[in-house]
Structure formats: structure tokens, C-alpha cells
Design a protein around this ligand. Sequence first.
Ligand code: TYD
Length: 207
Amino acid sequence: MTARAGRFISFEGIDGAGKSSHIERVSEWLRERGHEVVQTREPGGTPLAELLREAVLHRPMDTLTETLLVFAARRDHLAQVIEPALARGSMVVCDRFTDASFAYQGGGRGLDAQVLASLETWVQQGRQPDLTIWIDLPATIAAQRRAAVRAPDRFEEQDLPFFERVRAGYAARAAQAPGRFARIDALGGIDQVWHRICAVLESRACW
Ligand code: TYD
């Protein structure tokens, strides 16, 4: 365990951008520097939140229900895992966080951003990631990468315009918080993308 303050890193991007393959490497990069790392995901990260994830990904529901479940999962995740980990000085590496709600429920599904902003305030009590690594890829290319992989869930089965709106949702959030967001161009090979992520980590010099 480290005496330094905990840090909260989130990963974002449209489905198929290749985010998952880099999360493990970032956790390893941090462990090599002596940190305790809690690697987790949203929706999910606690037994209750994983139950909610299963419903959100596979059961039919309207957009507001979906949003409330995602934020309920987030509340449990923050209280049970994220806040305690940060309090003991750990690094929290989280596969998606609230920017995904703005991008998917807001951009993709068209939910009012003010509703999302209210939920964000209520649920997070000021907590935000210290760094958000946004793995960005055009929706057409992400769709090609997704096609080969597996049976789609309720989000992955959406059409190209949906993912273009999700991507635009991420771009809008990044523009609102440029100091927190690092946009990573996901075009190119996995090692090329990794080097771009590494450059961002090294440039922050807060590890
Ligand atoms: P994802 O993170 O891509 O996991 P996997 O790699 O196992 O598919 O899947 C989670 C899905 O949940 C993704 O399609 C985006 C969606 N999602 C939302 O719609 N809103 C949210 O707030 C979060 C956290 C995720």
C-alpha cells in the first residue's frame, strides 16, 4: 500500500473501440510502480451492481428505467468499492463510469442531459475520475471490430447512427472537461495505441 493519495482512472469508448485490452495493461503499469490497484467495471463492480448489469444489458426496458438502474448500480459501486479504495490510497481503474451514461443514455438514447446531470450530482456527491482515458474510434470501424467477436447485448445490437451519437456524446463530455479527458486515437495496432496511452500516463506525473 502507498502513502500517496488514491487516484481514479476511468476508461471510455464505444463498443468495439478496444478499451478492454488496454485496461489490464494500465493496471499492470500502475502495479509496477508500487500501487495497489482495484480494477473494476460499470455497470457492475459489486454483487448487487452485477445483478443490475445483467438486467440492463439483457432485459427490455425504457430509457429512464435503464438510466436509473445504471445510476443505482453506480451508487452501490461507489459506496462499496470505489470510495473505500480511494480512501486507503489505492488506484481505481474502472471500465466505464458516468461519461458512458451521458454518451449512451444521453447521446445514444436521447435522454435529457439535465436528468443525467441531476443523477450525477445526487449519486456522486462531487466524485469524478481524476483521469478519463477515452479510446476513440469511428463508429464504422468499431462496428467491423465488434462483428467478429460475440453475440451482441442490448447496446451492441444498435445501429451505426446510435454509435455515432454515442461517440458525439463522448466528444461533448470531453469538451466540457478537457483537463480530465485524454482522447486516445484507437486507429492502428494494439501496441501503437498502448504507446499513446503510456504517453498520457507519463505526462500526468502523478503516480
Ligand atoms: P462494456 O463495458 O462494453 O462491457 P463488455 O466489454 O463486457 O461488453 O459493456 C457495457 C455496456 O453498458 C456498454 O454497451 C455501454 C453500456 N453502459 C451504458 O449504457 N451506460 C452506462 O452508464 C454504462 C456504465 C455502461
